[in-house]
Structures are given as C-alpha cells and as structure tokens.
Design a protein. Structure first.
Length: 396
C-alpha cells in the first residue's frame, strides 16, 4: 500500500476509514488553547508514543504498562533522563485491568487541569495478520481495547488516538469494532477517522502498516483540514504525481550509522556454527535462505515463509519490525552483509528510536518492546497534526 491513508469502506455500518462528512465537525477550531497539551499514555510499552509526544511538545503526565522490562526501559529513558521534575511522567507498572481510571483522574487532574489527549496501542495479537483463520475472535486480550476506552470515558480527553494492527478492521472483527464505535458515541465522542497508515510514507525506514483511530469529544472543535497529516515520502509512482514527496528511507540508513561506544544494545543473537554457514552462503543485500543452497535439514522438506533467515535489502525500506525482530528464524532479519541477525540497536533504528535510547531486559525482551512500539517519527508527525487540529501550534 503506497498511499498515506486508505479508506476501508463497508465497515461499521458504512463508516469509511476516512469519512469526514459523516463523522467530523468541519468548523474552524476554537480559539487557540492557551495551555500546553497534556496526555496520558496507556499500554505505554517502552515509551515510543510518549517520546513522540515529548518531541511534539506535548506533556506526558502518566503512563500505564504491565511488562516489567518495558517499565524499566520507560523509567530509564523518559523519567530518569528527564532533568525537569515537572516534566517527568508517573508510570504505573500494573495491569490496566487492575487500575481504576479514577485513580489517574484524582492523581493528575483533580486540580482542574485538563487531560487533552489519551494515547495507546492496546496489545494487538488477537487481530494480528499472523493469526490463522478465526483466531482472535473472542480473544480476551481484545477486551483490553474496550478497557482503553473506559479510561477515555473517565478522563474525558479532548481527543484520543489509538493504534492497532490492520486486522482490527477485518470483516470478522466487525462486531467488535462496531461495539467500540458505539461506546465512543455513547461517551460523547465522534470518530474523526479510522486510518490505514504506512510508516514508509512518513520517513520511517520499514514497511509498517497500522490502523490509527482518532476520536474527538463532541463539544471540542477539531480542524479536520489538519488530519490526516500529508505523506512526506513516497515510492517512484507517488513522487511522479507529487514532486514534494521525498523518496522512501531505505534500510541503508539504519546500517550506515556509526555505532556508539559501549552501547549495551549493540548485541545480536548467538547462532550455531551450522546456521552461520547458512548465512555465509546466502547472497548479500537481500538474499533468501533458499539461495544459499545450504538449507538446514529441518527445513529441507518445507517451503515455509520465504523471508525466514533472509537478508535485509539495504536498497529498500526494511521489513516490519515484529516482536521477534532480532530472531532470523522469524523473518527477514539477517544483516545485509554480515553473518548474523540484526542487533537490538539496528532494530530500534528501524523504529526511529534515537541511538541513546536504552532498552532493558535482554535480547528477547528488547525485541518485544521494539516490535510493539509506535515509530517515533510517525508518532511525532501524527501528534503535531492532532495539536494543530486543536488549535495549538506545537513550537509556539
């Protein structure tokens, strides 16, 4: 998909993925807000959305995350390294199902200050494209999306922005999505848009398609001309029709960067001697394991996924960074020229994390945190557009 935002007709009783005429107030925004926007980040993970918000000049007040390693990462990068105590978010290291939304309301907004924005990327495994057949239908993890909305109802933000995988919009999840949209309406929110966004079109060096749901409280005017933000990058065909677009950022940018000294995340998986020989025989710069003529015995009689043990092609945007992105057995995650999987740091670069962002918990834990994150560059662009839609100039 080469467009920056693609509609999904026929879902949710005819609501398209970007149907402004039926879902959004097109009036000019209210007088520019005089205060800096404040947000709460739910299912915060390592803090990708929070870091994007900070770059967009939005104050992150609180974050909720269950995973211990992700909490350690969040605390290290977004709290300990934040020199201004007033800018430090409070992280709640707990299961969101056990945390009353009222606790956040009382702790952070009892003084009359406003929660302007709720962020969140609820766990998406139940909707993942990697699930087979009807897996995901009735998955209890999907109830976490509804829990996310309970926080929206309680905190009553001006807007909410939710991220999930494209499977959320699959026909077999239509009933669930419709229930979510009904809850939104009942709570006094309109859905501005359901968007398919490809991160490649916003300067992220990987193919990554995700759904972003933007909701706006009915009494808040949102300037729809600011949403969705226009693409900044495109393929050859897109650039032929829009000369303002830049070329997609390729994986070469990830691998050409100079590694920092003493970077604890400059590590990759250890591989067996036999597997290293397979990598040695795999053509550099995009070769597949079948090209190596040294297929492992356990794979000899199985076609499997063609990307498994494949090398990343540096001349193209990289593959989607999944939660198994540092494991070559799970996808095309082998270094373009070296005989090992990509490092934690390289995986993080594909998600546009800065090189001084440190992931805690070891190889596997770091991979999960990276794969679950919202790309920083994309998140910042989206949140700046949200701010503009609310009449706030982020850099003013």
């Amino acid at each position: 998909m080469d467009t920056s935002a693609q509609g999904v007709p026929g879902l949710a009783g005819g609501l398209s993925a970007h149907d402004s005429t039926s879902t959004c107030n097109n009036a000019a925004p209210q007088a520019e807000l005089q205060h800096r926007l404040q947000c709460v980040d739910l299912f915060a993970g390592a803090g990708g959305f929070s870091l994007a918000a900070r770059r967009a000049k939005i104050r992150v007040v609180a974050a909720v995350e269950l995973d211990k390693h992700a909490c350690d990462t969040y605390h290290t990068n977004l709290i300990e390294r934040c020199e201004n105590p007033d800018e430090q978010p409070q992280i709640y290291p707990t299961n969101i199902l056990d945390l009353p939304p009222e606790k956040l309301l009382e702790a952070h907004f009892a003084d009359g200050s406003t929660c302007d924005l709720v962020l969140g990327g609820p766990p998406c495994q139940g909707f993942s494209v990697h699930r087979i057949k009807d897996a995901g239908v009735g998955d209890p993890r999907n109830a976490l999306i509804l829990r996310y909305f309970e926080f929206v109802r309680c905190l009553s933000p001006r807007v909410f922005l939710m991220e999930n995988v494209p499977g959320l919009l699959w026909p077999r999840h239509k009933d669930f999505l419709n229930a979510f949209l009904r809850q939104s309406e009942d709570a006094g929110y309109r859905i501005v848009s359901l968007l398919h966004l490809d991160a490649r079109n916003y300067g992220v060096p990987q193919r990554r398609v995700r759904v972003f749901v933007l909701g706006c409280r009915h009494d808040v005017t949102f300037d729809e001309s600011m949403w969705p933000p226009p693409a900044t990058h495109g393929d050859v065909q897109a650039r032929a029709t829009n000369p303002h677009l830049k070329a997609w950022v390729t994986a070469a940018e990830v691998f050409s960067k100079q590694d920092l000294l003493h970077d604890e995340n400059n590590r990759h998986m250890n591989h067996s001697a036999e597997l290293i020989e397979v990598f040695r025989g795999t053509p550099i710069n995009g070769g597949s394991r079948r090209d190596s003529y040294r297929v492992l015995p356990c794979h000899k009689d199985h076609d499997g996924h063609s990307d498994v043990y494949g090398r990343i092609n540096p001349e193209e945007p990289g593959p989607t960074m999944t939660t198994a992105c540092i494991n070559p057995s799970k996808g095309r995650f082998v270094h373009p020229t070296e005989h090992h999987g990509i490092t934690i740091r390289q995986a993080a670069r594909f998600q546009t994390f800065p090189d001084d962002f440190v992931f805690k918990g070891g190889l596997m834990a770091a991979g999960v945190q990276i794969g679950n994150a919202v790309p920083i560059n994309l998140g910042e662009i989206l949140l700046r557009a949200v701010s503009s839609g609310l009449g706030v100039v982020p850099d003013a």
